[in-house]
Design a protein around this ligand. Sequence first.
Ligand SMILES: Cc1ncc(COP(=O)(O)O)c(C=O)c1O
Length: 457
Amino acid sequence: MGLLHRTAQIAEEYLATLGDRRVGASLGFEDVLAALDAPLPEEGEDADRVLDVLAALEPGMMATAGPRYFGFVTGGALPVTVAADWLVSTWDGPHFGRVVSPAGAAVEDVTARWLLEVLKLPARSRVGFVTGATMANLVGLAAARHRVLAGTGWDVEERGLTGAPPVRILAGEEVHVSLLKALRLLGFGSAGVERIPADGDGAMRPGPMAAALRAGDGPVIVCAQAGNVNTGACDPMLPIVAAAREAGAWVHVDGAFGLWAAASPRLAALVAGADGADSWALDAHKWLNVPYDCGVAIVADGEAHAAAMSATADYLVASDGGLTRTPEMSRRGRQVPVYAALRHLGRQGLAELVERCCAHAARLAAAMGRVEGAAVLNAVVLNQVLLRFDDDDARTARVVEEIQRGGEAWLGGTVWRGRGAARVSFSNWSTTDEDVDRLVAALRAALATARAGSPVR
Ligand SMILES: Cc1ncc(COP(=O)(O)O)c(C=O)c1O
């Protein structure tokens, strides 16, 4: 059998058994390292043998794409997007415009249009396919930096930030760390960011935001968030955008996973008003369920976007702007799996995927509300649930450890407002109600084991 046929067979077997396998890895880092840690071979090995070695890594992989992996906000690739991604690897070309990939550029155009439509964002916006929401935040904020400084007559791309008029940056108390990282990469630093108080679930309070805007002047960027990484809470976009407009500020929305709510008629109210912002960051590898890595940067002000991402040289022919959408020059055809996902799901399928995940979060919260000693710490508005056990940090951490050790499911821990919590995230197309019920049973059992093992201090 040919190498790629064998690979397909291995992949199909893996995916077919994903729902039945242990979710946590059964081999640890040290085990795998010990098996692999050999000197660089002097002479190359047969490709089939290399494939055997790679296939044997499987027990050291977490079943993150499976239905009972609830860690971080991870998603799980739809089979059609895995197929699309294989084709991208097979075609193996850079995707920075029509000259190098006419088909890739056409797919990019259509996918961008579909995304704007399904997310209800301004049709004039430009879209760049990047590695994830961190880079999407970077792109949106780079465009913001261009526009707000251009407003003062400062060309930041030419002159850099040294000597530039100071830019005020306002963000919620619960802003995601990746947004702060993007600000640091752009030379803004994170220490000067004005942090606006948030409500109990982590959504920025619009009153203090408006007051902060009124308290200063000069170029200003407001960073809002759709989907708090712990609670799923969304900043109230309507008043934030309105206040920012009045102040002449740029509004960037980090909507890594939460902005997908816009695709559901039932959930869109959570992010109502987000379309009035200037730039948006999303992950496709999270809730759109395409393979890692894939994020989407969207900027309404095309001129600012292109200026911030511009790169030209005589040998580079890409007058279609393909080189001015992302920080990368050569890039993978990430738009292709996104296109496949949207075409396969359709508008309805995407709405159902998002709604189903939120329904799972609600189902879990309701079930855990009936477990003595378990508490749900957040208002479950989206796909995130925070659980705490016996109101005790150590007990909660033990429950998380038990779940991770047990293999029935996987979830992580966090600290929410000073209290330890178990963090459950639903963003996988293949999760069913039964999987939620199996998680509930596993949590009950883990709690019993944790109680038997140690008394609450
Ligand atoms: C709100 C938010 N923004 C940004 C990110 C960063 O995304 P990525 O890891 O794809 O760069 C995350 C990841 O969880 C997130 O939840």
